[in-house]
Design a protein around this ligand. Sequence first.
Ligand code: F6P
Length: 535
Amino acid sequence: MSDIWTRLRDHRKSQGDLRIETLFRDDGTRAETCATHADGLVLDWSKTLIDEGALRLLLELAAPVHARRDAMFAGQRINETEDRAVLHTALRNLGDSVVVDGHDVMPEVRRTHQRMADFAEDLRAGRFTGQGGRITDVVNIGIGGSDLGPAMAARALSPYHDGPRVHFVSNVDGADIADTLRDLNPETTLVIVASKTFTTIETMTNAQTARDWMARKVANPAAQFAALSSAQDKTGAWGIDASRVFGFEDWVGGRYSMWGPIGLSLMIAIGPGNFDRFLAGGAAMDRHFRDAPLHKNLPVLLALVGIWHHQICGYATRAVLPYDNRLARLPAYLQQLEMESNGKGVAMDGQSLTLPSGPVVWGEPGTNGQHAFYQLIHQGTAVVPCEFILAARGHEPDLAHQHLLLVANCLAQSEALMRGRSLDEARALMQAKGLTGTELERQARHRVFPGNRPSTTLLITQLTPYTLGQIVALYEHRVFAEGAILGINSFDQWGVELGKELALKVAPLLEGKPAPGHDPSTLHLAHLVRELRRA
Ligand code: F6P
Protein backbone atom coordinates (compact mmCIF):
# COMPACT_ATOMS: atom_id res chain seq x y z
CA MET A 1 0.00 0.00 0.00
CA SER A 2 1.46 3.35 -0.96
CA ASP A 3 2.78 5.71 1.63
CA ILE A 4 0.04 8.29 0.95
CA TRP A 5 -2.64 5.86 2.13
CA THR A 6 -0.72 5.37 5.38
CA ARG A 7 -0.27 9.10 5.80
CA LEU A 8 -3.97 9.65 5.18
CA ARG A 9 -4.92 7.03 7.78
CA ASP A 10 -2.48 8.61 10.24
CA HIS A 11 -3.94 12.01 9.50
CA ARG A 12 -7.43 10.75 10.22
CA LYS A 13 -6.21 9.23 13.50
CA SER A 14 -4.53 12.47 14.46
CA GLN A 15 -7.86 14.27 14.07
CA GLY A 16 -9.14 12.29 17.07
CA ASP A 17 -12.62 13.53 17.95
CA LEU A 18 -12.30 16.68 15.89
CA ARG A 19 -15.70 18.08 14.98
CA ILE A 20 -16.70 19.47 11.60
CA GLU A 21 -18.03 22.57 13.37
CA THR A 22 -14.55 23.24 14.72
CA LEU A 23 -13.23 23.41 11.17
CA PHE A 24 -15.77 26.15 10.46
CA ARG A 25 -14.79 28.00 13.65
CA ASP A 26 -11.08 27.80 12.77
CA ASP A 27 -11.56 28.94 9.19
CA GLY A 28 -14.12 31.66 8.64
CA THR A 29 -13.99 31.13 4.86
CA ARG A 30 -14.54 27.33 4.88
CA ALA A 31 -18.17 27.58 3.70
CA GLU A 32 -17.01 29.39 0.56
CA THR A 33 -13.68 27.67 -0.11
CA CYS A 34 -15.18 24.20 0.25
CA ALA A 35 -18.06 24.97 -2.11
CA THR A 36 -16.65 24.29 -5.57
CA HIS A 37 -18.42 25.94 -8.52
CA ALA A 38 -18.41 24.67 -12.11
CA ASP A 39 -20.68 25.69 -14.98
CA GLY A 40 -23.64 26.51 -12.72
CA LEU A 41 -23.20 23.51 -10.39
CA VAL A 42 -22.02 23.86 -6.81
CA LEU A 43 -20.53 20.97 -4.85
CA ASP A 44 -20.46 21.88 -1.17
CA TRP A 45 -18.17 19.47 0.67
CA SER A 46 -17.57 21.74 3.65
CA LYS A 47 -19.59 19.57 6.05
CA THR A 48 -16.94 16.83 6.09
CA LEU A 49 -13.81 16.35 8.18
CA ILE A 50 -11.62 16.97 5.15
CA ASP A 51 -9.30 19.68 6.41
CA GLU A 52 -6.36 21.29 4.64
CA GLY A 53 -3.97 18.46 5.49
CA ALA A 54 -6.40 15.76 4.39
CA LEU A 55 -7.12 17.58 1.13
CA ARG A 56 -3.42 17.92 0.34
CA LEU A 57 -2.90 14.18 0.78
CA LEU A 58 -6.08 13.26 -1.08
CA LEU A 59 -4.99 15.39 -4.03
CA GLU A 60 -1.68 13.55 -4.08
CA LEU A 61 -3.65 10.32 -4.18
CA ALA A 62 -5.53 11.59 -7.24
CA ALA A 63 -2.36 11.79 -9.35
CA PRO A 64 -3.13 8.59 -11.39
CA VAL A 65 -6.36 10.17 -12.64
CA HIS A 66 -4.45 12.38 -15.12
CA ALA A 67 -2.90 9.63 -17.20
CA ARG A 68 -5.87 7.30 -17.12
CA ARG A 69 -8.28 10.10 -18.04
CA ASP A 70 -6.12 11.11 -21.00
CA ALA A 71 -5.87 7.47 -22.09
CA MET A 72 -9.68 7.15 -21.95
CA PHE A 73 -10.32 10.27 -24.03
CA ALA A 74 -7.58 9.21 -26.47
CA GLY A 75 -9.47 5.98 -27.20
CA GLN A 76 -6.91 3.62 -25.66
CA ARG A 77 -8.10 0.16 -24.60
CA ILE A 78 -8.27 0.93 -20.89
CA ASN A 79 -10.91 -1.77 -20.29
CA GLU A 80 -8.14 -4.32 -20.24
CA THR A 81 -10.03 -7.47 -19.24
CA GLU A 82 -12.37 -7.03 -22.21
CA ASP A 83 -9.72 -5.40 -24.41
CA ARG A 84 -11.93 -2.43 -25.24
CA ALA A 85 -11.68 1.33 -25.43
CA VAL A 86 -14.03 3.36 -23.18
CA LEU A 87 -15.63 6.12 -25.19
CA HIS A 88 -19.18 6.80 -24.06
CA THR A 89 -18.01 10.43 -23.96
CA ALA A 90 -17.91 10.34 -27.79
CA LEU A 91 -21.70 9.91 -27.82
CA ARG A 92 -22.23 13.34 -26.29
CA ASN A 93 -19.41 15.20 -27.99
CA LEU A 94 -20.88 15.34 -31.45
CA GLY A 95 -18.35 17.85 -32.82
CA ASP A 96 -14.77 16.66 -32.49
CA SER A 97 -13.17 13.65 -34.07
CA VAL A 98 -12.40 10.64 -31.87
CA VAL A 99 -9.91 8.14 -33.18
CA VAL A 100 -10.04 4.46 -32.19
CA ASP A 101 -7.43 2.17 -33.75
CA GLY A 102 -6.56 4.86 -36.29
CA HIS A 103 -10.18 5.34 -37.38
CA ASP A 104 -12.38 8.39 -36.64
CA VAL A 105 -15.56 6.95 -35.08
CA MET A 106 -17.48 10.22 -35.04
CA PRO A 107 -19.05 10.17 -38.56
CA GLU A 108 -20.82 6.92 -37.64
CA VAL A 109 -21.81 8.23 -34.17
CA ARG A 110 -23.30 11.34 -35.80
CA ARG A 111 -25.07 9.29 -38.46
CA THR A 112 -26.73 7.08 -35.84
CA HIS A 113 -27.65 10.11 -33.77
CA GLN A 114 -29.31 11.68 -36.81
CA ARG A 115 -31.19 8.45 -37.59
CA MET A 116 -32.44 8.35 -34.01
CA ALA A 117 -33.59 11.98 -34.21
CA ASP A 118 -35.34 11.38 -37.56
CA PHE A 119 -37.11 8.30 -36.21
CA ALA A 120 -38.11 10.08 -32.99
CA GLU A 121 -39.46 13.05 -34.95
CA ASP A 122 -41.35 10.83 -37.39
CA LEU A 123 -42.93 8.98 -34.52
CA ARG A 124 -43.75 12.12 -32.53
CA ALA A 125 -45.25 13.81 -35.60
CA GLY A 126 -47.36 10.77 -36.50
CA ARG A 127 -45.46 10.02 -39.72
CA PHE A 128 -44.37 6.67 -38.32
CA THR A 129 -47.53 4.95 -37.13
CA GLY A 130 -48.68 1.69 -35.66
CA GLN A 131 -51.15 -0.55 -37.47
CA GLY A 132 -53.97 1.17 -35.56
CA GLY A 133 -52.75 4.75 -36.09
CA ARG A 134 -50.51 7.20 -34.30
CA ILE A 135 -48.15 5.70 -31.67
CA THR A 136 -49.45 6.54 -28.21
CA ASP A 137 -47.12 4.41 -26.09
CA VAL A 138 -43.50 3.28 -26.26
CA VAL A 139 -42.29 0.33 -24.19
CA ASN A 140 -38.55 0.04 -23.63
CA ILE A 141 -37.60 -3.54 -22.79
CA GLY A 142 -34.10 -3.79 -21.33
CA ILE A 143 -32.32 -4.39 -18.05
CA GLY A 144 -29.36 -2.96 -16.13
CA GLY A 145 -27.70 -0.29 -18.23
CA SER A 146 -30.26 -0.80 -20.98
CA ASP A 147 -33.03 0.26 -18.60
CA LEU A 148 -31.83 2.21 -15.58
CA GLY A 149 -30.42 5.22 -17.43
CA PRO A 150 -33.36 6.02 -19.73
CA ALA A 151 -35.90 5.06 -17.02
CA MET A 152 -34.22 7.37 -14.50
CA ALA A 153 -33.90 10.22 -17.00
CA ALA A 154 -37.43 9.87 -18.39
CA ARG A 155 -38.78 10.28 -14.88
CA ALA A 156 -36.38 13.10 -14.04
CA LEU A 157 -37.41 15.08 -17.12
CA SER A 158 -41.17 14.57 -17.00
CA PRO A 159 -41.83 18.35 -17.30
CA TYR A 160 -40.29 18.12 -20.80
CA HIS A 161 -42.40 15.20 -22.04
CA ASP A 162 -44.38 16.14 -25.11
CA GLY A 163 -44.21 12.87 -27.02
CA PRO A 164 -45.97 9.55 -26.55
CA ARG A 165 -46.01 7.96 -23.10
CA VAL A 166 -42.91 5.86 -22.33
CA HIS A 167 -42.84 2.75 -20.17
CA PHE A 168 -39.97 0.57 -18.99
CA VAL A 169 -40.00 -3.19 -18.53
CA SER A 170 -36.92 -4.87 -17.10
CA ASN A 171 -37.68 -7.71 -14.71
CA VAL A 172 -38.00 -11.29 -15.94
CA ASP A 173 -40.83 -11.53 -13.42
CA GLY A 174 -43.85 -11.67 -15.73
CA ALA A 175 -45.61 -9.28 -13.36
CA ASP A 176 -43.55 -6.43 -14.78
CA ILE A 177 -44.55 -6.82 -18.41
CA ALA A 178 -48.09 -7.94 -17.58
CA ASP A 179 -48.73 -4.82 -15.51
CA THR A 180 -47.22 -2.60 -18.21
CA LEU A 181 -49.03 -4.04 -21.23
CA ARG A 182 -52.39 -4.46 -19.49
CA ASP A 183 -53.65 -0.98 -20.35
CA LEU A 184 -51.87 -0.53 -23.69
CA ASN A 185 -53.25 -0.93 -27.18
CA PRO A 186 -50.97 -3.18 -29.29
CA GLU A 187 -52.07 -1.35 -32.43
CA THR A 188 -50.62 1.96 -31.24
CA THR A 189 -47.62 0.75 -29.22
CA LEU A 190 -43.97 0.70 -30.26
CA VAL A 191 -41.74 -1.80 -28.47
CA ILE A 192 -38.05 -1.03 -28.22
CA VAL A 193 -35.81 -3.98 -27.43
CA ALA A 194 -32.75 -2.46 -25.74
CA SER A 195 -29.89 -4.88 -25.32
CA LYS A 196 -26.27 -4.32 -26.16
CA THR A 197 -25.66 -8.05 -26.53
CA PHE A 198 -29.18 -9.04 -27.64
CA THR A 199 -28.78 -12.21 -25.58
CA THR A 200 -29.76 -11.12 -22.06
CA ILE A 201 -32.30 -13.68 -20.93
CA GLU A 202 -34.63 -11.23 -19.15
CA THR A 203 -34.81 -8.90 -22.13
CA MET A 204 -35.19 -11.57 -24.78
CA THR A 205 -37.91 -13.34 -22.75
CA ASN A 206 -39.86 -10.11 -22.27
CA ALA A 207 -39.38 -9.18 -25.95
CA GLN A 208 -40.89 -12.51 -26.99
CA THR A 209 -43.82 -11.95 -24.59
CA ALA A 210 -44.39 -8.50 -26.09
CA ARG A 211 -44.27 -9.90 -29.62
CA ASP A 212 -46.84 -12.58 -28.74
CA TRP A 213 -49.05 -9.92 -27.14
CA MET A 214 -48.82 -7.77 -30.24
CA ALA A 215 -49.36 -10.67 -32.63
CA ARG A 216 -52.80 -11.28 -31.10
CA LYS A 217 -54.03 -7.95 -32.47
CA VAL A 218 -51.62 -6.83 -35.18
CA ALA A 219 -50.91 -8.43 -38.56
CA ASN A 220 -47.22 -7.56 -38.67
CA PRO A 221 -45.91 -7.23 -35.10
CA ALA A 222 -42.24 -6.92 -36.12
CA ALA A 223 -43.10 -3.63 -37.85
CA GLN A 224 -43.80 -2.11 -34.44
CA PHE A 225 -40.50 -3.17 -32.94
CA ALA A 226 -37.21 -1.29 -32.84
CA ALA A 227 -33.89 -2.55 -31.51
CA LEU A 228 -30.95 -0.85 -29.79
CA SER A 229 -27.95 -3.11 -29.88
CA SER A 230 -24.35 -3.75 -30.80
CA ALA A 231 -25.30 -7.18 -32.16
CA GLN A 232 -26.96 -6.29 -35.44
CA ASP A 233 -26.72 -9.85 -36.78
CA LYS A 234 -28.98 -10.93 -33.92
CA THR A 235 -31.52 -8.11 -34.31
CA GLY A 236 -31.97 -9.08 -37.96
CA ALA A 237 -32.40 -12.73 -37.07
CA TRP A 238 -35.06 -11.67 -34.57
CA GLY A 239 -36.99 -10.05 -37.42
CA ILE A 240 -36.49 -6.35 -36.77
CA ASP A 241 -35.96 -4.34 -39.93
CA ALA A 242 -32.55 -2.67 -40.20
CA SER A 243 -34.22 0.74 -40.61
CA ARG A 244 -35.34 0.51 -36.99
CA VAL A 245 -32.12 -0.90 -35.57
CA PHE A 246 -29.80 1.58 -33.89
CA GLY A 247 -26.34 0.24 -33.22
CA PHE A 248 -23.39 1.19 -31.09
CA GLU A 249 -19.86 -0.02 -30.65
CA ASP A 250 -18.32 -2.21 -27.98
CA TRP A 251 -16.54 0.85 -26.54
CA VAL A 252 -19.86 1.94 -25.00
CA GLY A 253 -20.29 0.05 -21.72
CA GLY A 254 -23.83 -0.99 -20.74
CA ARG A 255 -24.09 1.30 -17.71
CA TYR A 256 -22.61 4.20 -19.68
CA SER A 257 -24.88 3.83 -22.69
CA MET A 258 -27.85 6.15 -22.17
CA TRP A 259 -26.20 8.89 -24.26
CA GLY A 260 -26.57 6.96 -27.51
CA PRO A 261 -29.18 4.59 -28.95
CA ILE A 262 -30.10 3.25 -25.49
CA GLY A 263 -31.51 6.75 -24.88
CA LEU A 264 -34.02 6.46 -27.75
CA SER A 265 -37.07 6.13 -25.47
CA LEU A 266 -35.98 9.30 -23.65
CA MET A 267 -35.44 11.10 -26.95
CA ILE A 268 -38.93 10.12 -28.10
CA ALA A 269 -40.43 11.38 -24.84
CA ILE A 270 -38.66 14.77 -24.62
CA GLY A 271 -37.80 15.37 -28.29
CA PRO A 272 -34.41 15.45 -30.03
CA GLY A 273 -33.82 19.12 -29.08
CA ASN A 274 -34.08 18.42 -25.36
CA PHE A 275 -32.11 15.20 -25.78
CA ASP A 276 -29.31 17.25 -27.37
CA ARG A 277 -29.40 19.61 -24.37
CA PHE A 278 -28.95 16.55 -22.15
CA LEU A 279 -25.93 15.56 -24.27
CA ALA A 280 -24.58 19.11 -24.09
CA GLY A 281 -24.70 19.00 -20.27
CA GLY A 282 -22.74 15.74 -20.31
CA ALA A 283 -20.20 17.14 -22.79
CA ALA A 284 -19.73 20.27 -20.65
CA MET A 285 -18.91 18.03 -17.67
CA ASP A 286 -16.43 16.11 -19.86
CA ARG A 287 -14.62 19.36 -20.68
CA HIS A 288 -14.59 20.34 -17.02
CA PHE A 289 -13.22 16.90 -16.04
CA ARG A 290 -10.49 17.17 -18.68
CA ASP A 291 -9.50 20.76 -18.10
CA ALA A 292 -10.08 21.79 -14.47
CA PRO A 293 -7.18 21.39 -12.05
CA LEU A 294 -7.68 18.54 -9.61
CA HIS A 295 -8.50 20.80 -6.63
CA LYS A 296 -11.34 22.47 -8.58
CA ASN A 297 -12.46 19.39 -10.46
CA LEU A 298 -15.96 18.30 -9.34
CA PRO A 299 -15.71 14.60 -10.28
CA VAL A 300 -12.27 14.35 -8.68
CA LEU A 301 -13.42 16.13 -5.51
CA LEU A 302 -16.49 13.92 -5.26
CA ALA A 303 -14.27 10.86 -5.70
CA LEU A 304 -11.90 12.08 -3.00
CA VAL A 305 -14.76 12.72 -0.59
CA GLY A 306 -15.95 9.16 -1.29
CA ILE A 307 -12.48 7.70 -0.71
CA TRP A 308 -12.02 9.71 2.46
CA HIS A 309 -15.27 8.38 3.88
CA HIS A 310 -15.04 4.76 2.73
CA GLN A 311 -11.38 3.79 2.45
CA ILE A 312 -10.01 6.12 5.13
CA CYS A 313 -12.80 6.63 7.70
CA GLY A 314 -14.21 3.12 7.11
CA TYR A 315 -17.87 4.10 6.59
CA ALA A 316 -19.38 1.13 4.77
CA THR A 317 -22.14 2.80 2.77
CA ARG A 318 -23.11 6.13 1.31
CA ALA A 319 -26.61 7.49 0.85
CA VAL A 320 -27.64 9.50 -2.20
CA LEU A 321 -30.52 11.72 -1.16
CA PRO A 322 -32.02 13.76 -4.00
CA TYR A 323 -34.41 16.41 -2.72
CA ASP A 324 -36.28 16.11 -5.97
CA ASN A 325 -39.01 13.56 -6.37
CA ARG A 326 -38.31 13.28 -10.09
CA LEU A 327 -34.86 11.91 -9.24
CA ALA A 328 -36.46 8.96 -7.47
CA ARG A 329 -34.65 6.47 -9.73
CA LEU A 330 -31.26 8.17 -9.44
CA PRO A 331 -30.13 6.06 -6.45
CA ALA A 332 -30.99 2.85 -8.36
CA TYR A 333 -29.17 4.18 -11.42
CA LEU A 334 -26.13 5.05 -9.30
CA GLN A 335 -26.19 1.65 -7.65
CA GLN A 336 -25.42 0.06 -10.98
CA LEU A 337 -23.03 2.79 -12.09
CA GLU A 338 -21.00 2.74 -8.89
CA MET A 339 -21.32 -0.82 -7.60
CA GLU A 340 -21.05 -2.64 -10.93
CA SER A 341 -18.08 -0.43 -11.82
CA ASN A 342 -16.07 -0.40 -8.61
CA GLY A 343 -17.36 -3.40 -6.66
CA LYS A 344 -14.25 -5.43 -7.47
CA GLY A 345 -11.78 -7.39 -5.34
CA VAL A 346 -8.97 -7.58 -7.88
CA ALA A 347 -6.91 -4.66 -9.13
CA MET A 348 -5.98 -4.04 -12.76
CA ASP A 349 -2.66 -5.83 -12.28
CA GLY A 350 -4.53 -9.03 -11.34
CA GLN A 351 -3.56 -8.81 -7.66
CA SER A 352 -6.08 -8.81 -4.80
CA LEU A 353 -7.11 -5.34 -3.80
CA THR A 354 -5.42 -4.32 -0.55
CA LEU A 355 -7.98 -1.57 0.03
CA PRO A 356 -11.74 -1.86 0.39
CA SER A 357 -13.49 -1.70 -3.00
CA GLY A 358 -16.30 0.79 -3.67
CA PRO A 359 -18.98 1.22 -0.98
CA VAL A 360 -22.62 0.19 -0.89
CA VAL A 361 -24.68 3.00 -2.45
CA TRP A 362 -28.31 3.47 -1.56
CA GLY A 363 -30.92 6.19 -1.13
CA GLU A 364 -34.37 7.62 -1.66
CA PRO A 365 -35.66 11.08 -2.38
CA GLY A 366 -36.19 13.53 0.44
CA THR A 367 -38.40 14.27 2.21
CA ASN A 368 -39.76 10.69 2.04
CA GLY A 369 -36.55 9.19 3.44
CA GLN A 370 -36.80 11.47 6.47
CA HIS A 371 -39.81 9.49 7.61
CA ALA A 372 -38.19 6.15 6.94
CA PHE A 373 -34.46 5.64 7.49
CA TYR A 374 -33.11 9.02 8.63
CA GLN A 375 -33.57 7.88 12.24
CA LEU A 376 -30.62 5.53 11.72
CA ILE A 377 -28.60 8.18 9.90
CA HIS A 378 -29.01 10.57 12.82
CA GLN A 379 -28.81 8.28 15.83
CA GLY A 380 -27.75 4.81 14.65
CA THR A 381 -24.29 3.51 15.47
CA ALA A 382 -23.12 3.38 11.82
CA VAL A 383 -22.04 6.64 10.21
CA VAL A 384 -23.61 7.06 6.77
CA PRO A 385 -22.11 9.89 4.69
CA CYS A 386 -24.99 11.59 2.90
CA GLU A 387 -24.93 13.11 -0.56
CA PHE A 388 -27.75 15.61 -0.89
CA ILE A 389 -28.82 16.82 -4.34
CA LEU A 390 -30.91 19.95 -4.47
CA ALA A 391 -32.41 22.28 -7.08
CA ALA A 392 -32.98 25.90 -6.10
CA ARG A 393 -36.02 26.12 -8.39
CA GLY A 394 -38.81 23.64 -9.01
CA HIS A 395 -40.96 23.32 -12.11
CA GLU A 396 -44.28 24.29 -10.51
CA PRO A 397 -44.39 28.10 -10.13
CA ASP A 398 -47.76 27.92 -8.39
CA LEU A 399 -46.29 25.47 -5.85
CA ALA A 400 -43.17 27.50 -5.11
CA HIS A 401 -44.04 27.49 -1.40
CA GLN A 402 -43.79 23.67 -1.43
CA HIS A 403 -40.43 23.87 -3.12
CA LEU A 404 -39.14 26.23 -0.44
CA LEU A 405 -40.26 23.76 2.20
CA LEU A 406 -38.40 21.02 0.34
CA VAL A 407 -35.23 23.12 0.24
CA ALA A 408 -35.58 24.02 3.92
CA ASN A 409 -35.82 20.33 4.81
CA CYS A 410 -32.71 19.48 2.82
CA LEU A 411 -30.61 22.24 4.40
CA ALA A 412 -31.99 21.41 7.85
CA GLN A 413 -30.99 17.76 7.51
CA SER A 414 -27.38 18.46 6.62
CA GLU A 415 -27.21 21.01 9.45
CA ALA A 416 -28.75 18.60 11.96
CA LEU A 417 -26.39 15.81 10.89
CA MET A 418 -23.40 18.04 11.49
CA ARG A 419 -24.50 19.79 14.68
CA GLY A 420 -26.38 17.05 16.47
CA ARG A 421 -27.74 17.76 19.93
CA SER A 422 -25.67 17.51 23.11
CA LEU A 423 -26.80 15.91 26.36
CA ASP A 424 -26.97 19.34 28.00
CA GLU A 425 -29.23 20.64 25.24
CA ALA A 426 -31.43 17.57 25.57
CA ARG A 427 -31.60 18.03 29.36
CA ALA A 428 -32.67 21.65 28.92
CA LEU A 429 -35.45 20.51 26.59
CA MET A 430 -36.69 17.99 29.15
CA GLN A 431 -36.49 20.52 31.95
CA ALA A 432 -38.62 22.89 29.89
CA LYS A 433 -41.20 20.10 29.70
CA GLY A 434 -41.21 19.89 33.49
CA LEU A 435 -39.25 16.64 33.90
CA THR A 436 -36.86 16.20 36.83
CA GLY A 437 -34.48 13.69 38.37
CA THR A 438 -33.88 10.24 36.87
CA GLU A 439 -36.80 10.54 34.48
CA LEU A 440 -35.32 13.75 33.04
CA GLU A 441 -31.96 12.02 32.65
CA ARG A 442 -33.45 8.91 31.01
CA GLN A 443 -35.60 10.87 28.56
CA ALA A 444 -32.78 13.29 27.74
CA ARG A 445 -30.42 10.51 26.67
CA HIS A 446 -32.86 9.36 23.95
CA ARG A 447 -32.88 12.87 22.55
CA VAL A 448 -29.11 13.19 22.10
CA PHE A 449 -27.82 13.33 18.52
CA PRO A 450 -24.07 12.66 18.20
CA GLY A 451 -23.76 15.01 15.20
CA ASN A 452 -20.46 15.30 13.33
CA ARG A 453 -22.05 13.21 10.58
CA PRO A 454 -20.68 14.19 7.19
CA SER A 455 -22.60 15.22 4.10
CA THR A 456 -22.10 16.92 0.76
CA THR A 457 -24.66 18.98 -1.12
CA LEU A 458 -24.79 19.23 -4.90
CA LEU A 459 -26.75 22.38 -5.71
CA ILE A 460 -28.22 23.10 -9.13
CA THR A 461 -30.51 25.87 -10.32
CA GLN A 462 -33.18 23.61 -11.76
CA LEU A 463 -33.47 20.03 -12.98
CA THR A 464 -33.35 20.45 -16.77
CA PRO A 465 -32.06 18.23 -19.59
CA TYR A 466 -28.76 20.13 -19.46
CA THR A 467 -28.27 19.89 -15.70
CA LEU A 468 -29.30 16.22 -15.68
CA GLY A 469 -26.61 15.60 -18.31
CA GLN A 470 -24.09 17.37 -16.06
CA ILE A 471 -25.11 15.33 -13.02
CA VAL A 472 -24.94 11.96 -14.78
CA ALA A 473 -21.55 12.72 -16.33
CA LEU A 474 -20.33 14.04 -12.98
CA TYR A 475 -21.12 10.71 -11.34
CA GLU A 476 -19.66 8.74 -14.26
CA HIS A 477 -16.35 10.57 -13.93
CA ARG A 478 -16.46 10.29 -10.14
CA VAL A 479 -16.65 6.51 -10.53
CA PHE A 480 -13.83 6.69 -13.07
CA ALA A 481 -11.62 8.76 -10.74
CA GLU A 482 -12.30 6.44 -7.78
CA GLY A 483 -11.46 3.45 -9.96
CA ALA A 484 -8.24 5.07 -11.18
CA ILE A 485 -7.16 5.86 -7.63
CA LEU A 486 -7.97 2.35 -6.38
CA GLY A 487 -6.38 0.71 -9.42
CA ILE A 488 -9.67 -0.92 -10.46
CA ASN A 489 -10.95 -1.51 -13.99
CA SER A 490 -14.33 0.25 -13.66
CA PHE A 491 -15.56 -1.00 -17.02
CA ASP A 492 -15.94 -4.78 -16.75
CA GLN A 493 -18.53 -6.69 -14.68
CA TRP A 494 -17.42 -10.29 -14.30
CA GLY A 495 -19.25 -10.54 -10.99
CA VAL A 496 -22.59 -10.67 -12.77
CA GLU A 497 -21.70 -13.76 -14.79
CA LEU A 498 -21.78 -16.63 -12.26
CA GLY A 499 -25.40 -16.04 -11.20
CA LYS A 500 -26.46 -15.80 -14.87
CA GLU A 501 -24.77 -19.13 -15.67
CA LEU A 502 -26.26 -20.90 -12.67
CA ALA A 503 -29.78 -19.61 -13.37
CA LEU A 504 -29.70 -21.51 -16.66
CA LYS A 505 -28.58 -24.66 -14.83
CA VAL A 506 -31.21 -24.35 -12.09
CA ALA A 507 -34.12 -23.93 -14.53
CA PRO A 508 -34.30 -27.67 -15.47
CA LEU A 509 -34.47 -28.58 -11.76
CA LEU A 510 -37.74 -26.69 -11.45
CA GLU A 511 -39.22 -28.84 -14.19
CA GLY A 512 -38.13 -31.97 -12.32
CA LYS A 513 -35.39 -32.80 -14.80
CA PRO A 514 -32.11 -34.20 -13.54
CA ALA A 515 -29.52 -31.47 -13.16
CA PRO A 516 -26.30 -32.59 -11.53
CA GLY A 517 -23.91 -30.48 -9.50
CA HIS A 518 -26.27 -28.52 -7.23
CA ASP A 519 -25.83 -28.15 -3.48
CA PRO A 520 -28.32 -29.81 -1.07
CA SER A 521 -30.03 -26.54 -0.08
CA THR A 522 -30.70 -25.55 -3.70
CA LEU A 523 -31.99 -29.07 -4.49
CA HIS A 524 -34.28 -28.92 -1.45
CA LEU A 525 -35.63 -25.44 -2.29
CA ALA A 526 -36.28 -26.50 -5.89
CA HIS A 527 -38.12 -29.56 -4.59
CA LEU A 528 -40.27 -27.36 -2.30
CA VAL A 529 -41.10 -25.00 -5.18
CA ARG A 530 -42.22 -27.97 -7.30
CA GLU A 531 -44.41 -29.22 -4.43
CA LEU A 532 -45.96 -25.80 -3.86
CA ARG A 533 -46.68 -25.32 -7.55
CA ARG A 534 -48.54 -28.66 -7.58
CA ALA A 535 -50.59 -27.84 -4.46
O1 F6P B 1 -26.07 -6.78 -15.37
C1 F6P B 1 -25.02 -7.11 -16.21
C2 F6P B 1 -25.13 -6.44 -17.52
O2 F6P B 1 -24.15 -7.00 -18.32
C3 F6P B 1 -24.98 -4.92 -17.43
O3 F6P B 1 -23.69 -4.48 -17.43
C4 F6P B 1 -25.77 -4.48 -18.61
O4 F6P B 1 -26.08 -3.14 -18.51
C5 F6P B 1 -26.95 -5.40 -18.52
O5 F6P B 1 -26.40 -6.64 -18.13
C6 F6P B 1 -27.76 -5.56 -19.78
O6 F6P B 1 -27.01 -6.06 -20.84
P1 F6P B 1 -27.53 -5.98 -22.33
O7 F6P B 1 -27.67 -4.55 -22.70
O8 F6P B 1 -26.50 -6.68 -23.14
O9 F6P B 1 -28.86 -6.68 -22.40
